[in-house]
Design a protein around this ligand. Structure first.
Ligand SMILES: Cc1cc2nc3c(=O)[nH]c(=O)nc-3n(C[C@H](O)[C@H](O)[C@H](O)COP(=O)(O)O)c2cc1C
Length: 295
């Protein structure tokens, strides 16, 4: 699947593949700017590549928000490296299509000061420990907008080189939920009570090196956890549902839900409001020492 769908091949004529490559490049510049001492004139090669790829991306009707980000990153670079950019690079940046584009929207890019925050670990601990997998939901409907809000905040999940290779499919219609759950093997006894369903996927097109072949699952898993916590913060209960299935079943599920073949299935998240008398499995945890391998 990775060989077939990742950006290791046909890199230049696919909008999503370009998106991944552009994120990696602008991220390297942003990251350089955030270091205590950025090297003088760093990133020339990357900037030239960024100019080339953003041009291709724009020609493929690429999203304006990514182009704005790239322009802002270059503006920040020029401001910070004012005395260190060589004349040739400066000219190439200033003459580039990207630099001369006017945008209707403003998206941040570059560097910013960190807002100091005093957080409370006990509050966090309580939040984390009160989340439970619920398999007993009441009849209350789930608002589509609540699930959308969960995705909105989950966008801030970290991802490798900020590639954000996530996608989700949201269902609140009972017929659609039942059909989607018919492909899943772990919802017996409570599937019919599920009022909202999120199918989380990861986009393989945002990766290309052989060593990155599993990254989509790492980033996808992190995104899923954010969604689960966001739902918890909205007082909605959820249960993660595995999507381990045969290739044939995966194909059938994707075709049924219109999920592109390049996307990796991460998990489903069943959502509902817990029944007032709901019991949950204790699911006790091993002691902390068990999770610190070098103690
Ligand atoms: C990726 C993943 C897949 C899961 N799949 C299922 C599933 O198919 N059916 C189910 O009832 N629970 C499923 N679970 C829920 C786990 O059983 C549950 O998270 C675990 O027992 C810990 O309990 P807790 O979530 O209440 O802390 C899944 C959890 C994860 C993270």
């Amino acid at each position: 699947m990775y060989v077939k769908h990742s950006a290791s091949i046909h890199q230049d004529n696919d909008k999503i593949k370009l998106e991944g490559r552009i994120c990696v490049l602008y991220h390297a510049i942003e990251k350089g700017l955030s270091l205590r001492e950025s090297q003088k004139g760093f990133g020339k090669e990357k900037i030239l590549k960024l100019l080339e790829l953003t041009k291709k991306y724009k020609a493929l009707q690429g999203d304006e928000e990514l182009l704005v980000t790239c322009k802002n990153v270059l503006l920040a670079y020029c401001a910070r490296q004012e005395k260190n950019i060589d004349a040739d690079l400066r000219q190439k940046i200033e003459n580039s299509e990207l630099f001369n584009m006017e945008f209707s929207e403003k998206v941040n890019g570059g560097v910013e000061s960190l807002t100091p925050n005093e957080l409370d670990f006990d509050l966090y601990r309580n939040f984390a420990l009160t989340r439970k997998s619920v398999r007993n939901f009441n009849k209350d409907e789930i608002e589509y907008s609540d699930l959308e809000d969960a995705i909105e905040v989950s966008r801030y999940t970290p991802s490798v080189c900020n590639r954000q290779p996530w996608n989700s499919y949201i269902y609140t219609n009972s017929g659609e939920i039942t059909e989607a759950l018919s492909f899943q093997n772990g919802n017996r006894g409570f599937g019919e009570q599920v009022k909202g369903l999120i199918v989380v996927t990861g986009e393989r097109k945002k990766f290309w090196h052989a060593i990155e072949r599993n990254q989509v699952y790492v980033d996808g898993g992190m995104f899923s956890m954010s969604i689960v916590y966001a739902l918890h913060a909205k007082n909605l209960s959820s249960c993660c549902l595995n999507l381990n299935m045969s290739a044939r079943k995966e194909e059938a599920l994707k075709s049924h839900l219109n999920i592109p073949a390049s996307e990796a299935l991460i998990m489903m998240i069943a959502v509902g409001k817990a029944a007032t008398d709901a019991q949950v499995a204790v699911s006790s945890r091993f002691s902390t020492n068990k999770f610190i391998g070098n103690k």
